[in-house]
Design a binder for this molecule. Structure first.
Ligand SMILES: Cc1ncc(COP(=O)(O)O)c(C=O)c1O
Length: 354
């Protein structure tokens, strides 16, 4: 169901795989976090501050938002899950991250799907996009909507002016708008996040995480921001105490202010994303390559199913994301993470010899 399963076909069979399935910053764990490990280890003998005051202070300083507006989660997934649990019905894009519908199903939330549209760009890439007029109409039948900025698996970002209209409508009609910004840093667009609007729109909940950009899925830290006290209370009352461990506490305090890591990540993305997409377009095994503002690229295969392609890659030591189980995609879709130059070259070599 998810990327990053290096265990089933890899470690558990004694095999090291090159993982192109999980979309994590290839620069790995920030040095600033490694330096804080002693402190984290020292604190393991104590319960963390149950109010997580220093975590809130760091997040507040980083986002420029009052610290009371934050929800702290065991990964973005916890906040996504609990925010969806507050609804009776939800509109979910197709395709999108599987946890949206899995959470809704788990909590008995009625799901309506809306399908993203697709266009061909001048440079030969493809893009998915939302028909916002249609989305506005479809909101009629539901209590809330979840959108990702950028979306997984295609890497398209939200059109902010159109989302503003959606927010104005939802603010008036009492609907909730959940925006998943787990990959927002990778867009490299300073003004793309909707966080600045949380004070203006209490219907809005924006969710972020350390997971993807800071290369730490194992730390499990994410957060939500909303000015709705009612929404925060509703979510917090479902959370377990001490849901953030001592290592995650130190991670928040260090990595958000790691300018060196940020600089290197920007450099990597600026030098790698476009060439990666262009190189993929040169392989005849791909019928479509999607333009992305994430660190992953959605592709449609040509004459081979994603299952066959997945197996062929696995045989050669590469794990890719078979994307045929995303609602709205087909048995020909796969997703590739963008890695560092060395690993990308290995992937291209493998594709050349396929
Ligand atoms: C769009 C999106 N949001 C959230 C998550 C989960 O993030 P976390 O690991 O912080 O729970 C993922 C993980 O793949 C994702 O793709």
């Amino acid at each position: 169901m998810h990327g990053g399963d290096i265990y089933t076909e890899g470690k558990l069979k004694g095999q090291e795989l090159i993982d192109f399935s999980s979309n994590i910053n290839p620069l790995g764990v920030p040095e600033s976090f490694k330096k804080s490990l002693d402190e984290a280890l020292k604190n393991v003998v104590n319960y963390p501050d149950i109010k997580y005051r220093m975590v809130r202070e760091s997040l507040s300083r980083y986002e420029g938002i009052n610290e009371d507006l934050f929800l702290l989660g065991n990964g973005a997934a916890e906040i996504i899950d609990l925010s969806i649990s507050t609804l009776k019905s939800i509109l979910i894009p197709a395709p999108s991250f599987a946890e949206y519908h899995l959470s809704a199903e788990k909590w008995g939330v009625h799901i309506e799907y809306f399908h993203m549209k697709e266009k061909k760009n001048e440079d030969g890439t493809y893009s998915m996009y939302i028909d916002y007029e249609k989305l506005l109409q479809e909101l009629d039948g539901v209590e809330g909507v979840i959108l990702a900025n950028p979306n997984n698996p295609d890497g398209s970002v939200l059109d902010k002016e159109s989302v503003k209209k959606i927010l104005q409508h939802c603010q008036k009609t009492g609907k909730k708008v959940i925006i998943d910004e787990a990959f927002i840093h990778f867009t490299l667009l300073e003004d793309q996040s909707l966080v600045k609007w949380v004070n203006e729109f209490s219907c809005l909940l924006v969710i972020k995480a350390l997971t993807k950009y800071y290369g730490m899925p194992g730390i499990r830290f994410g957060y939500g921001i909303t000015s709705s006290k009612e929404m925060r209370d509703e979510i917090e009352k479902k959370q377990n105490p001490w849901n953030i461990n001592s290592f995650a506490v130190e991670a928040v305090k260090s990595v958000l202010f790691d300018d060196d890591y940020n600089k290197k990540s920007i450099e990597w993305l600026e030098n790698t994303r476009e060439p990666f997409v262009k190189r993929l377009m040169g392989f005849s095994v791909f019928n479509k390559v999607y333009r992305t503002l994430g660190n992953y690229v959605l592709c449609e295969l040509n004459g081979i199913t994603s299952k066959e392609f997945y197996d062929a890659c696995l045989e050669r030591g590469f794990l890719i994301r078979n994307a045929d189980n995303y609602r709205g995609l087909s048995e020909y879709n796969i997703r590739l993470a963008i890695k560092d130059k060395d690993r990308n070259e290995k992937l291209f070599d493998m594709l050349n010899n396929l």
